[in-house]
Design a binder for this molecule. Structure first.
Ligand SMILES: Nc1ncnc2c1ncn2[C@@H]1O[C@H](COP(=O)(O)OP(=O)(O)O)[C@@H](O)[C@H]1O
Ligand SMILES: [Mg+2]
Length: 382
């Protein structure tokens, strides 16, 4: 299997993937051409989330964050997000110059507003993604597959991460042990041994705390290439305090979200460090992300190539820090394997939609902890 970014003339079946992760930055949309022996991202589009919707989603994501009627607010955001996802598909198809009638299906992740996976204490684990698939199917006329995570949760799994089997399909090498590191709001790793079982798990915060801190102090959505963090040195005591979070000590299968890693959690840790400069905190948060990733990969010494994807792959300070910590392993982005890091996760949901429509399971029990593999999602006919 190979993925190529530049279109060489579509010959197979076209699928759309839609992803909007914990960062609440944008809806990423990709169009993939699945031909018999070649699969390529032929078009992509990033649909910004309007400020008022981002603010509403952020309130829904924050436990206890809603004032007023929660059901109305979830219902309205579900509908608005559904319309935005349909907008993203329309813009993608305009960019690609392809009519909707030629698309086999859309795979839509939706926006997670709460993720409460099994953790030994939760009595009723659940995960909730919104962005009404009925809207997407009705507006585009394209069969839409959505709600991928809840079957896995129903089978005792974490419902996450779901990207590892796609990483295996797209990036596995027959002789070299590889790892794929997805740095979105939350970071997750996939281990792709040349021989043996694929594994993967959430590692902890990727960009979510870095983004929140830069927003608060510099009023910017993110620290670009990581220049603010790079201009300071991390504080070792604060880093040790942050690493005390029990999530880091848990064994996989495990997954997490903004419920555990949010500005309130950071502020509570910072109370013991009132004199730290904001730039030092930013540098420490970057060190936190690279430390937890390095610790996760240390358990897999045969992995010699590490590829980053997600928005964090564009943070060159993070990339440089990781490369230094992981020496002598090779550290690059998935661009080196044929898919721009920004589109990998959306591509995974196009792939999952295809698996579902072909009746194949989409989860890996070794990753999520589900009692068995299952066909994921619900199908909304176009
Ligand atoms: N041009 C950029 N330079 C550096 N970092 C970026 C850039 N664009 C996005 N990011 C970072 O990537 C994040 C979004 O990454 P993404 O993979 O979409 O995460 P998620 O899946 O959580 O939405 C942003 O919040 C920001 O931290
Ligand atoms: Mg995103």
């Amino acid at each position: 299997m190979s993925f190529r970014r530049a279109s060489t003339g579509a010959t197979g079946t076209w699928f759309v993937g839609l992803m909007s992760g914990t960062s609440l930055d944008a809806v990423d949309a990709v169009l993939i051409d699945w031909a018999e022996h070649r699969h390529e991202v032929v078009a992509h589009h990033s649909e910004p989330i309007p400020d008022h919707l981002r603010a509403a989603l952020a309130r829904l994501c924050q436990p206890g964050g809603i004032e007023g009627d929660p059901i109305d607010q979830v219902g309205i955001a579900d509908r608005e997000m559904g319309e935005l996802l349909a907008d993203a598909v329309a813009a993608l198809l305009t960019t690609a110059g392809i009519p909707a009638g030629r698309i086999a299906a859309i795979g839509s992740h939706g926006q997670t507003i709460r993720h409460r996976p099994p953790d030994g204490a939760t009595t009723h684990p659940f995960t909730l993604q919104i962005g009404d698939p009925n809207c997407i199917a009705a507006r585009t006329g394209i069969t839409t597959v959505a709600d991928f995570r809840r079957r896995d949760i129903a089978l005792g799994g974490q419902g996450a991460p779901l990207v590892p089997p796609f990483h295996a399909a797209a990036f596995r090498h027959q002789d070299i042990d590889r790892a794929i590191v997805n740095v979105g709001g939350i970071a997750n790793v996939t281990l792709l041994p040349a021989r043996g079982e694929v594994s993967g798990f959430d590692v902890g915060p990727g960009n979510c705390l870095l983004d929140a801190w830069v927003k608060r102090h510099l009023d910017r959505p993110y620290d670009g290439a990581g220049a603010w963090a790079q201009a300071h040195s991390p504080d070792a005591s604060l880093l040790r305090a942050l690493l005390q979070h029990p999530f880091f000590g848990r064994l996989p299968p495990k997954s997490t979200g903004r419920e555990e890693f949010n500005p309130g959690w950071l502020d509570a840790r910072l109370r013991a460090f009132p004199a730290l400069e904001p730039g030092v905190v930013q540098a420490t948060l970057l060190a936190l992300t690279s430390t937890v990733l390095t610790q996760a990969l240390a358990k897999y010494p045969t992995v010699s190539e590490v590829y980053l994807c997600g928005g964090g792959a564009r943070n060159s300070a993070l990339l440089a820090d990781l490369a230094a910590r992981l020496t002598p392993r090779t550290v690059a982005t998935t661009a080196a394997l044929g898919i721009d890091p920004q589109w990998v996760e959306a591509a995974a949901f196009a792939w999952l939609a295809r698996e579902t429509l072909q009746g194949r399971p989409g989860n890996l029990p070794a990753v999520t902890g589900a009692s068995r593999a299952a066909v994921l999602g619900a199908i909304y006919p176009g």
